[in-house]
Design a protein around this ligand. Sequence first.
Ligand code: HEM
Ligand SMILES: *[C@@H]1O[C@H](CO)[C@@H](O)[C@H](O)[C@H]1NC(C)=O
Ligand SMILES: *[C@@H]1O[C@H](CO)[C@@H](O)[C@H](O)[C@H]1NC(C)=O
Ligand SMILES: *[C@@H]1O[C@H](CO)[C@@H](O)[C@H](O)[C@H]1NC(C)=O
Length: 508
Amino acid sequence: MAPSAHNISQNNDLNSHGRYYVYSFIALILLLIARSIYQILASPLRNVPGPFLARFTRLWELHAIRKHDNPTLNIALHEKYGPVVRLAPNRYSLNSGEAAKVILGHRNALDKSNYYRAFSQPDATNLFSEPSLKVHATIRRPLAQLYSQTTLLSYEPFVDTCNSILLKRFEEYAENGKILNLREMMQLYAFDVIGEITVGSRFGLMEDAGDKSGTIEGIDQTMAYAAMMGLVPEWHSWVAKMAKRFKLHPGRKILNFVDYHLDNRISGRTKSPEDRSDFLDKLLLMEKEGKATRFHTKDAALSNIVAGSDTTAIALTTAIACLSMNPNILTALRDELDAATVAGNLSEPVTFQQAQKLPYLQAVILEALRIHPAVGAPLTRVVGPQGLQIAGYFFPPGTEIGVNAWVIHYNTSIFGADAHAFRPERWLTENKEERAVLDRNFLSFGSGARTCIGKNISLLEMSKVIPQIVRKYDFEIRPNDKGQRFSWSTRWFSKPAVNVVVKKRSQT
Ligand code: HEM
Ligand SMILES: *[C@@H]1O[C@H](CO)[C@@H](O)[C@H](O)[C@H]1NC(C)=O
Ligand SMILES: *[C@@H]1O[C@H](CO)[C@@H](O)[C@H](O)[C@H]1NC(C)=O
Ligand SMILES: *[C@@H]1O[C@H](CO)[C@@H](O)[C@H](O)[C@H]1NC(C)=O
């Protein structure tokens, strides 16, 4: 008897406590809802249109970019809702060339948003992820000369080495007739080039015919992680801690690669050939002269490898696929290359200087970069303490706003009614003002102080390798099961899927 009575009374006790907790919980939820309704009603951004759920939760965007291709979704949202769209309660996408200039491009542009935090370890920032423009400038200043126009030419021999290996691989495929995953090959190529330029050693991926060490996979995982975690950056430090505990650190392989080559170079175990000096040589010299620190050396090497391979591979794949799908454009390019070769203006290997004098080639490169920007997510910044009046709205301090290169590049009032078409000729207009509009709104490399630092290295690679490929090979595209010749999927990067059969160029 006694025990059961005791039990009963305890149960009652629990019940009343339980009810108390439930009521408090409901009250708290109501309070939070009331607060968010109040914030929504009081916000100067309450009239910005967008998906219904995006008003209340960041989970809408997190879900949407997993389910859909980010650039396709981003473009569709602007078509539906207009030039300013809400992506999350405090995150907006803008479709306006002027806005891109103000938030990315101006001297007093905005700081990067916390979105980028997920691209580095939680306890550190780097060149790419550092939010503050001021701090960023101190990281970037000493590195800039490594990517400058004059230093650029010192990287040519590295590119030549990799170009000849790539052509050998294409020759094999032309002989065996096997189906080739073009983007994968271009990725192996771009990886090897950036390995050569940065640490004087290829990953050897092209010859190994694959990512045996899992380095590319490591980068893919890191980027997929960052593109998601960037939407909920305050989870990053916690998730990264857990991942470390479970020894999940996809970026580790890249770090190891850099450390290994750095140690070898410092200890004198490796030395660059006489005719070349790579990033490590240059950076270690700068360290000696007190112009850079070990932080800069490691940061530059790492960011080259992470930021410089997928991107270039995507652009090269797009260029070759678009040329193959547009025979007239391919013919026009070949005419230019053949005439230059006959005139003695184009040697083997092609030099960067020669390639820069070929206007149609340069237009093809720009157009490939425009029609398929490597970065598929909006480039986001955070509004400063003054707030920002732009595109018809006042954005309060702390609002995250961004511009997606895809959105601008497919905007027909900027790039014309044929914005969706691959048409290199648009870059060859005689009208200087028309060309200036294209240049000003070309966002594949970003804009302003945070512009891609490797832009010229990548243009050097593309300028040299495309003529050499196009001179010798044709690519027959094999559609996928859905009949698509060119498809892609996006995490941070929009990586194309293109299968081809390589043929020796038909002589006509
Ligand atoms: C077609 C090739 C490339 C494309 C389309 C591309 C695109 C971009 C974009 C859009 C940004 C700015 C992102 C932002 O505002 O958040 C960026 C930054 C950066 N890229 Fe590239 N990139 C390419 C090649 C390269 C190469 C070859 C390297 C290195 C050798 C490189 C290294 C970097 C670095 C270090 C940053 C950060 C710069 C900073 O914040 O100061 N990229 N890139
Ligand atoms: C395209 O850009 C123009 C000018 O920047 C802007 O007015 C227009 O709304 C944009 N288009 C869309 C669909 O947002
Ligand atoms: C790339 O080269 C151009 C000149 O062709 C130069 O104006 C620009 O500053 C260079 N970019 C970088 C990031 O060094
Ligand atoms: C070859 O180069 C010279 C000097 O730059 C130039 O005048 C000529 O038009 C070029 N010819 C061809 C066919 O590219």
